[in-house]
Design a protein around this ligand. Structure first.
Ligand code: PLP
Length: 397
């Protein structure tokens, strides 16, 4: 048996543990008395077009054709439709021949990392980061190098980043809008990052890949824009997923896309196909591949998240909690009023408020609140947050 795999399976994530505790408590004391903010599971339904297109496909396409294998990288017509949409929307020159359809962003990431990395390589993660990155990187035999972002705005700390990029670094993962902070990388940050990586790869004479994990690309508030990273840096791999934009996390559909400007893009794409093959990620679910062209550019109703964000942000800052207002995703990253965020999360749990401590995100001292819940849950939780603030003697503004 592989002890590393056993350990991964036996040690549940803090998020899952909290979610399972919440499910148990809901059975014990009633769902209305538990305020579960643990999981990033979209709380609004998929747009109607998803259902109507699935019904159309199921009624109009011969079953053998509909449910059969596509090519390993996915149906070329579907990939072309996605590439055309991206080129129209973001003015980029991406090419369907460098796209590989996958079972969600998680698979896009493991394929990308497996394609690029060799044992002993290093991958820079901007902290706080999605905890699964560590698992995905370490399973390739590579090492994680965490670099804490600026806590005032969660943009990269460029001095720390520069110091962290040794000749062993083969990739940097960015995630914008970010889980868990909701921060969106500004165009200036992306330009500085691109310049830094360009300088470093020239200095070391080896490519450094920028992996852009973007399942929250469309979930932004106000007039915030999420720049398309392939425009700024050639050695880029985009890991996208329809899990959050279309509220389809259980259907497992997304893609990896190489920039056509990446060095030796054809060879790198062969490595992507090889990694997909080695990991068994060939032919993403055919029905959901074929649904995509009709749904490009659509999102679930994001107004619920907008309302929840505004309600919680105003209430929590009003009570004296410290939060950097998030520009995207559906998370609030709240500074713990005591140094130990695990202890804070436990105190919140005694009030039936389920908040994820940030230690596994590589940035201790915070809790993450997933506000992809009903607005009614947000409203009912506010007096409970107030009681928590009072326990810590926070001062209302
Ligand atoms: N990356 C980030 C930052 C996420 O938050 C998630 C899921 O929550 C994923 C990747 C995995 O997404 P998927 O469901 O598409 O595999």
């Amino acid at each position: 048996m592989n002890p590393m795999m056993r350990e991964l399976g036996a040690r549940r994530s803090v998020i899952r543990e909290l979610f399972e505790y919440g499910s148990r408590r809901k059975r014990e004391i009633g769902a209305e008395n538990v305020f579960d903010f643990s999981l990033g599971n979209p709380s609004v339904p998929a747009p109607d077009t998803v259902r109507t297109e699935l019904i159309r496909l199921l009624t109009e396409t011969p079953a053998v054709e509909l449910h059969g294998y596509t090519t390993a990288a996915g149906d070329m017509g579907v990939r072309q439709a996605i590439a055309d949409y991206l080129n129209r929307t973001y003015g980029v020159g991406v090419d369907a021949k460098y796209m590989y359809l996958t079972v969600g962003a998680a698979a896009s990431l493991t394929i990308s990392l497996t394609a690029i990395l060799n044992p002993g390589d290093e991958v820079v993660l901007l902290a706080p980061y999605f905890p699964e990155y560590r698992v995905f990187v370490e399973c390739t035999g590579a090492r994680v190098v965490p670099v804490l972002s600026n806590p005032s705005d969660f943009q990269p700390d460029f001095a720390a980043l520069e110091a962290a990029i040794s000749p062993s670094v083969r990739a940097v993962i960015v995630n914008s809008p970010n889980n868990p902070t909701g921060a969106v990388l500004t165009e200036e940050s992306i330009r500085r990052l691109a310049t830094l990586l360009q300088t470093k790869q020239e200095q070391y004479g080896l490519p450094i890949y920028l992996i852009s994990d973007e399942p929250y690309r469309e979930l932004v508030y106000g007039d915030v824009e999420v720049p398309y990273i392939t425009k700024y840096y050639a050695n880029t791999l985009v890991c996208y997923s329809f899990s959050k934009s279309l509220s389809l996390p259980g259907e497992r559909i997304g893609y990896v896309l190489l920039s056509p400007r990446a060095e030796e893009a054809d060879v790198l794409y062969e490595a992507i196909c090889g990694a997909g093959r080695a990991l068994g990620f060939v032919c993403a679910p055919s029905l959901f591949q074929k649904m995509i062209p009709a749904c490009l550019g659509l999102t679930s109703d994001l107004s619920v998240y907008r309302t929840n964000r505004a309600l919680l942000l105003e209430a929590l800052t009003g009570m004296g909690f410290r939060v950097v207002p998030p520009d995207g995703a559906f998370y609030l990253f709240v500074a713990s009023p005591e140094p130990d965020a695990v202890a804070f999360s436990e105190r919140a749990r005694e009030l039936e408020l389920l908040l994820v401590p940030s230690d596994d995100f590589g940035c201790p001292g915070f809790v993450r609140i997933s506000y992809c819940v009903s607005t009614e849950q947000i409203e009912r939780s506010i007096p409970v947050f107030r009681r928590l603030a009072e326990l810590y003697g926070l001062t209302a503004k």
